[in-house]
Design a protein around this ligand. Structure first.
Ligand code: PLP
Length: 407
């Protein structure tokens, strides 16, 4: 298999190929990026976002000054949340808000769900392959509340199955916390079916959408999901440290309350009242002043996803992933490289992890040459395949370099 030739063919017929020109060019000279395969960790900025951030500083902040809070910023968390909800999450308006980091929103949602569950349901079900912050927050909530953690131990090369969950939940289940797409393997958990299984026993689900938002359809409303959280600086292009989003299904908004009651979530913010009264809808999930500077860039990526269609984004993620798998089978397997992600594109998100005992040193070498994937413990090279910005040619260059380094 001639990887460069095959990549050229795929790029030539890629319906999203032109999107790449919309991004800020990635480095030149000694700083040149040959292949950026970390868009699932820090998405590349759109040129439109550079302009939008500049406008924010010079106009909204620089000229309109504090008047911008009234003119646009007070409603920004809900307005952006609704945009992400409608374009990426299958959520109708009024259920999604952009506020704190993923970690903090996860705490707020999990803590709230544990408080809402009856005392006969003290268990939080989670898995050992989830992202560290999810596990650490759950440990903290358990220590704080006396909730009991029930651990699933899925195969690291795949992920949590419906059967795993069915075998762990029951009348003592309060909340099930899972990632939709596994951050290492890219395994897509069966969100609708797992949600159904948890609801059947009377539990709540809290889905982490960090690695699916903006690349895969999620369908929160259709699946009847209770709570969800997700990142905006990965596939949603919000920029480093951009705040996350939280989803609380409309049916729970009257009954589930968040633990960090702050003035910005109050029903009448500027009344500065004597005591807390939760704001209406998703305003109640805001705590303090939201990070406006970090919020605005994601809007350009959401607009772009809407204009090309999320189905086209997903289709390209599949095509990029299939290209990697085919290349490993045809060439890199001979150097001892293994695919540590699902081969079935229907079960694989927007990245592919390759396993090899020398992955750590190979990744360090690649970074020095402008080929940028992620090293993931213990032996993974994770190739982030961000459909709007990644070309097949970039993927080919990275694979050829990995092959050479291992040859
Ligand atoms: C990226 C990621 C996070 C990040 O949390 P932050 O609070 O934004 O640092 C959390 N959970 C998962 C599953 C992630 O992939």
């Amino acid at each position: 298999m001639d990887l460069r030739a095959r990549a050229a063919e795929l790029d030539a017929t890629d319906p999203l190929g032109e999107c790449r020109d919309l991004f800020v060019p990635a480095g030149a000279g000694h700083d040149a990026v040959v292949a950026y395969l970390d868009g699932n960790s820090l998405g590349r900025p759109l040129r439109a976002s550079a302009e939008r951030i500049n406008r924010l500083v010079t106009h909204d902040w620089g000229t309109r000054l504090i008047r911008s809070w009234d003119e646009q910023w007070m409603d920004l968390p809900m307005r952006l949340g609704d945009r992400i909800g409608s374009v990426c999450l299958g959520a109708v308006a009024g259920q999604t808000v952009v506020a704190d980091s993923t970690t903090v929103l996860l705490y707020k949602l999990l803590r709230a769900a544990v408080a809402a569950a009856s005392p006969e349901r003290p268990e939080i079900v989670l898995d050992s392959e989830n992202f560290p912050t999810d596990r650490y927050v759950a440990e903290g909530v358990a220590a704080e509340t006396g909730a009991e953690l029930v651990w699933l131990h899925p195969d690291p090369a795949t992920g949590v199955t419906v059967e795993d969950v069915a075998g762990a939940v029951g009348p003592r289940t309060g909340v099930v916390l899972l990632s939709h797409v596994a951050y290492k393997s890219a395994w897509i958990a069966d969100l609708p079916e797992i949600t159904r299984v948890v609801h059947e026993v009377g539990g709540l689900v809290l889905w982490d959408l960090c690695h699916s938002a903006g690349v895969l359809p999620v369908g929160l409303d259709a699946a009847g999901v209770d709570l969800a959280v997700g990142c905006t600086y990965k596939f949603l292009g919000g920029g480093p440290g951009a705040p996350a989003f939280a989803y609380v299904a409309a049916q729970h908004q009257g009954s589930i309350r968040q633990p960090i009651q702050g003035w910005m979530g109050h029903a009448r913010v500027f009344e500065m009242g004597a005591s807390y009264e939760a704001g209406e809808g998703m305003r109640a999930w805001i705590s303090g002043t939201p990070p406006v500077l970090g919020m605005v860039a994601m809007e350009d990526t959401v607009d772009l996803i809407e204009s090309v269609g999320l189905e086209a984004v997903t289709a390209k993620a599949v095509a990029l992933g299939d290209f990697v798998v085919a290349a490993v089978d045809a060439r890199l397997a001979a150097s001892g490289v293994r695919v540590a992600s699902p081969r079935d594109p229907g079960r694989r998100g927007g990245h592919v992890t390759l396993a090899h005992p020398r992955s750590r040193e190979v990744c360090a070498q690649l970074w020095g040459e402008g080929v940028i994937p992620d090293f993931r413990e213990p032996d993974g090279i994770r190739l982030g395949l961000s459909p709007l910005s990644t070309s097949f040619a970039e993927v080919a260059e990275a694979l050829l370099r990995i092959e050479e380094l291992l040859g």
